[in-house]
Ligand binder design. Structure first.
Ligand code: SF4
Length: 338
């Protein structure tokens, strides 16, 4: 597969009155053409900041301090405002969690989608734009698009508003779609409809998608590959089946134990991961998971573990997987082998 987007050693900081928050601390991954890549992690793991950094959508208090983002021969981190605007929307689009805050409550739905189309197709007539709006609304399964394009956002349900956001994101036929928790605010039935819609759109148009979520169940349903983030770093990266069947990192194992499995006995208790995520104002010197990890050794608190490549598509950042791990007894080895 050929990568369409490559992120290399990305570091992003937030400069606050309390100090420097090291939100992303050296993230590298690639997105292949036509794949859906999931990025999963708890709040504050750095997953959304990574994607905001790709498109220069960070607030004024944040800065990418190191790293590169390669897309179509350009390093997006170095582009000026005008250049990145041409990429944003046109080549890489983003769908956010809360459609209500992204839609203008005073503008009709059709006008808002039409604005996106006009922005990147200046020569289109009013009639052509309206026809395209109707086509896009149909594409995202909004019933009676000819009628509903005259509605205002408040006349749409949460699920329908999210469909509008997806239609807007698709308006410029982007090569990459980044969806940041697009189903989190929706109830499970609507969430399922939106996931099905995204999967069918990706299949039909072969778009590359980055899907950010805290929900491993959603990742299992939609993605072909997954990155697990924690403490501003990638803890594990694997093909989806591999991650669920052979998780290699203690944090991934903890996440899997904390979600209900389809075949799980209802009387079986879910096991939450004890403790809380690290303070990114002052992250641990070694492994970011050290204070919550049941297998932590002395070296874990002292040095950041290296990545261990478990096979061509599976890597994990944990001392106990590394050939450089100290030779003392390794309790984790037994757990993995069983
Ligand atoms: Fe646990 Fe150490 Fe592995 Fe971190 S490096 S996940 S603390 S065993």
């Amino acid at each position: 597969m050929e990568p369409i987007l490559e992120v290399k050693d990305l570091h992003t900081n937030f400069y606050t009155s309390n100090g420097v928050v090291q939100a992303v601390r050296g993230v590298s991954f690639s997105l292949e053409k036509g794949e859906i890549l999931g990025i999963v992690g708890e709040s504050g793991s750095g997953k959304s900041v990574t994607c905001m950094s790709i498109l220069q959508l960070l607030s004024n208090t944040a800065r990418v301090t190191q790293g590169e983002v390669h897309f179509q021969g350009k390093n997006l981190v170095t582009l000026n405002k005008k250049e990145i605007r041409q990429i944003r929307g046109g080549k890489i689009s983003m769908v956010f969690q809360d459609p209500m805050s992204s839609l203008n409550p005073l503008m009709r739905i059709g006008e808002q989608i039409g604005e996106m189309i006009r922005e990147h197709n200046r020569g289109m007539s009013k009639k052509e734009v309206e026809a395209e709006v109707v086509r896009l609304m149909g594409l995202v399964r909004i019933p009676e698009p000819e009628k509903r394009l005259r509605s205002f956002p408040h006349e749409f349900s949460g699920g329908m508003r999210q469909r509008v956001m997806i239609a807007m994101a698709l308006a410029c036929q982007p090569d990459v779609l980044i969806a940041d928790e697009p189903t989190t605010a929706l109830d499970v039935t609507i969430q399922d409809q939106i996931l099905k819609l995204m999967r069918s759109l990706q299949k039909e148009f072969q778009r590359s998608v980055i899907f950010i979520t805290h929900d491993l169940g959603v990742v299992a349903e939609l993605c072909s590959r997954v990155i697990v983030m924690y403490g501003g770093l990638i803890m594990e990266e694997a093909l989806i089946d591999d991650l669920f069947e052979h998780p290699a990192h203690p944090y991934t194992m903890g996440l899997l134990r904390s979600i209900p499995g389809a075949s799980q006995d209802r009387s079986q208790r879910l096991v939450p991961i004890p403790g809380s995520p690290p303070d990114m104002l002052n992250p641990p010197k070694g492994c970011p998971f050290v204070h919550r990890c049941p297998y932590a050794r002395n070296i874990c608190a002292q040095e950041l573990p290296p990545y261990t490549q478990l096979d061509a598509t599976h890597r994990s950042m944990c001392w106990l997987l590394s050939p450089d791990a100290p030779a003392d007894n390794n309790p984790f080895k037994e757990v993995r082998e069983n």
